[in-house]
Design a binder for this molecule. Structure first.
Ligand SMILES: O=C[C@H](O)COP(=O)(O)O
Length: 307
């Protein structure tokens, strides 16, 4: 849709109310026993299994893709009465896209590429756009772009909208997730306004963080962003997805996020087309909890290597 600056100007975020509500969530009762196992399996299906390290190698990415194909052992799945579970996507740097695409051949698991000069997004503009095109050409079906934080910090909404539109166009058929890097945006109101502008410019998902900021996904930021998604749907009829990313490493955190999505946005946001976890180590903790559910014992974390 066109940039609606009146709507942007009217956006508010009541920080103390949001923080109060977020603080009340941690103490909530959570699902137990078989219900918990079922929710954890759902969480697995929503993970963008991620490796974004300077020392990534084709071997690590291939191992990660093997994990993506079979995220939970066949024995565990069988014992829980399930089969055929995969993660939502594999998320890598551009240079690893071709390796990941090859390693996932024969599956429906998409490869997501962090393009546009991730994580700072400060490389020359034409190179950022070109990187998107090259990632798509290499087989990425999802592109995680980073916005220019300076456009938010200087309130240059037209520039933010313009860059998001151009990146959206460069993605073609690929889905685009807009990473806001919320830990660098200063205020929750800025988070809300950046969320809205990215949605107006065609983002399929809004995503909190690169995982490289000092503060990554948090509950106050999540409440702010998913309420923007709700407002956007109410005003336009368009459902935009949400991806919290960075620092989500524990099964209990995943359950909290899922409960929040269900409460605030409803069941549609519990499927991979509208919700993902960006996480490099969450899967290992979920496996340990599932093992515990079945055997009463926790396995060592090193039995659940990711890549
Ligand atoms: O988008 C994904 C994040 O980079 C993953 O962050 P994490 O390593 O803290 O799970």
């Amino acid at each position: 849709m066109p940039l609606d600056l009146d709507w942007v100007a009217s956006v508010q975020a009541n920080t103390s109310a949001i923080e109060r509500r977020a603080a009340s969530l941690g103490g909530r009762r959570t699902v137990k026993k078989d219900y918990q196992a079922a929710w954890l399996l759902k969480a697995v299906s929503l993970i963008d299994l991620t490796t974004l390290s300077g020392d990534d190698t084709p071997g690590r990415v291939q191992r990660l893709c093997a994990k993506a194909r079979q995220p939970v052992s066949a024995e565990t799945l069988h014992a829980l009465g399930m089969d055929g579970l995969t993660v939502g996507a594999v998320c890598v740097y551009h240079d690893m896209v071709a390796t990941a695409v090859r390693a996932l051949e024969g599956t429906e698991i998409p490869v997501a590429a962090v393009s546009t000069g991730f994580p700072a997004g400060l490389s020359p503009w034409h190179l950022r756009v070109q990187e998107i095109r090259e990632s798509v050409a290499a087989g990425a079906r999802e592109i995680d772009i980073v916005i220019s934080r300076r456009h938010v910090l200087t309130q240059n909404w037209q520039a933010l909208y313009g860059e998001m539109r151009e990146m959206r166009d460069a993605c073609g058929e690929a889905h685009v997730k807009a990473i806001l890097a919320t830990g660098e945006l200063g205020t929750l109101r800025n988070v809300a306004r950046a969320s809205l502008i990215c949605m107006m410019a065609g983002a399929d998902f809004i995503k909190t963080s690169t995982g490289k900021e000092g503060v990554n996904a948090t509950l106050p930021v999540t409440l702010t962003m998913i309420r923007c998604i709700r407002d956007y749907q109410e005003r336009t009829g368009i459902k935009v997805g949400y991806k919290p990313a960075g620092g989500i490493a524990k099964a209990k955190d995943a359950l909290l996020y899922l409960a929040l999505m269900k409460d605030e946005l409803g069941d549609d946001w519990l499927y991979p087309d509208l919700f993902r976890f960006g996480a490099s180590s969450l899967l290992g903790d979920i496996e340990r909890q599932l093992d515990h559910h079945l055997t009463g014992h926790y396995s060592a974390a090193n039995r659940h290597a990711m890549g």
